[in-house]
Design a binder for this molecule. Structure first.
Ligand SMILES: Nc1ncnc2c1ncn2[C@@H]1O[C@H](COP(=O)(O)OS(=O)(=O)O)[C@@H](OP(=O)(O)O)[C@H]1O
Length: 374
């Protein structure tokens, strides 16, 4: 090495004590330098390879698991910190519109209408009839992209009218200008004040009425009441003032609701027949796509809801939606829709059919359609 060469030359060229001293000094100086160099170099290598707070092994590997046992908290906290930094970077507003929009998941899943639309008073209402199939029509029509519907019954035009239109509007889902706002409250059809109140909101409101054989409807209505109040009198006792004389009790709501023509006359005082559309409750079950096609036409919507949206669920005994608005799963209506009816004497059924016949005939004439309830 050059260092040993230099030492050899010094020994051979100088025999003086000063030269010897210079040699020993140089050697010790060199050793000291060498020692510190090795120390410095090692510390640099350790810093690069060790857990210095800048690196963690890739998580998930067995080696990483073993190494992490020593200082798990450092790496874990670093992962959290980097996740936080990443989130902060994602959250950093890039443009003012994005900055104004919250980024939580709920908001991200909202439709454009929910984010940017406005709450409007309904332009269409399903006004009845109770137990006619109103829930089915609402759930079926709301899969249309141009329809937004209130899921619950607001009872504005019967029970909550005093709360005012602003309250009513506030209940509505947000809609884009091109979308229809819809709600359903089946009791409107038999509420004396409802037609006047609705026409004073807008006389252009479109009205949908789901009608069903009034006898079956009455039995369905009674079955529902019985499920809540098992102690009520029998259907026969409630339906007749005098059964042997065939005198029907028209003051009983379950009977009165089915006298459709009487209620319709009230509506026609305020609305043109073309503003009302009657859905057959029976055909809604046997041909939901056909009935919904006519509902879409009436609402001025493109026919988007078709056969493809329905399947017949054998267990339920009713048509169900393949893909409803709120989820990607097929869905049938709830347990309270499609109940097994209370068994009613055939003679009672025939008596009630007789009772309703003249009302039905008149109703078919006015509506211009025979619903074939005989
Ligand atoms: N697809 C489908 N699934 C389940 N049920 C269906 C369906 N289509 C119509 N129907 C009939 O709807 C009846 C209930 O009517 P409503 O929804 O108007 O009832 S309510 O007034 O809102 O309580 C309900 O009456 P019941 O059978 O007497 O329970 C059903 O016959």
């Amino acid at each position: 090495s050059p260092f040993l060469d230099m030492a050899h030359r010094l020994i051979s060229s100088a025999n003086t004590s000063s030269a010897r001293f210079a040699f020993i000094f140089t050697v010790s100086l060199s050793c000291t330098y060498l020692f510190y160099s090795i120390l410095f170099c090692r510390s640099t290598i350790m810093t690069n390879q060790g857990y210095d707070g800048k690196r963690c092994p890739p998580s998930g590997s067995a080696a990483a698991g073993k190494k992490l046992l020593g200082k798990p908290e450092i790496c874990a906290s670093l992962e959290v910190r980097s996740a936080l930094l990443e989130t902060a970077a994602q959250k950093a507003p890039r443009d003012p519109v994005k900055a104004a929009v919250p980024t939580d998941n709920k908001y991200r899943n909202m439709s454009v209408a929910q984010k940017y639309g406005n709450k409007k008073l309904p332009n269409a209402l399903i006004v009845g009839v109770k137990k006619g199939g109103t829930r089915a029509v609402l759930e079926f029509i709301r899969i249309h992209p141009d329809v937004r519907a209130l899921g619950t019954e607001p009872h504005f035009f019967d029970r909550n009218y005093d709360r005012g239109l602003d309250w009513y509007r506030s209940l509505m889902p947000r809609t884009l200008d091109s979308q229809i706002t819809l709600e359903k409250t089946p009791s409107y059809f038999v509420t004396r004040e409802a037609p006047r109140r609705i026409s004073s909101m807008s006389h252009e409101t479109k009205l949908i009425v789901v009608v069903r054989n009034p006898v079956t409807r009455a039995i369905s209505d009674y079955t529902q009441t019985l499920s809540k109040k098992p102690e009520i009198p029998t259907f026969e006792e409630l339906a007749f003032k005098n059964r042997s004389l065939g005198i029907v009790d028209t003051s009983w709501n379950a009977i009165r609701i089915g006298m459709y023509i009487l209620h319709l006359e009230n509506w026609l005082q305020y609305f043109r027949p073309s503003q009302m559309h009657f859905v057959s409750g029976e055909r809604l079950i046997t041909d939901p796509a056909g009935e919904m096609g006519r509902v879409q036409d009436f609402l001025g919507l493109k026919r988007i809801i078709t056969d493809k949206h329905f399947y017949f669920n054998r267990t339920k005994g009713f048509p169900c939606l393949k893909k409803p608005e709120s989820s990607s799963q097929p869905r049938c209506l709830g347990k309270s829709k499609g109940r097994t009816h209370v068994q009613i004497d055939q003679e009672v059924i025939e008596q009630l059919q007789e009772f309703y016949r003249p009302f039905n005939i008149k109703f078919f004439e006015i509506v211009g359609h025979d619903f074939k309830w005989d």
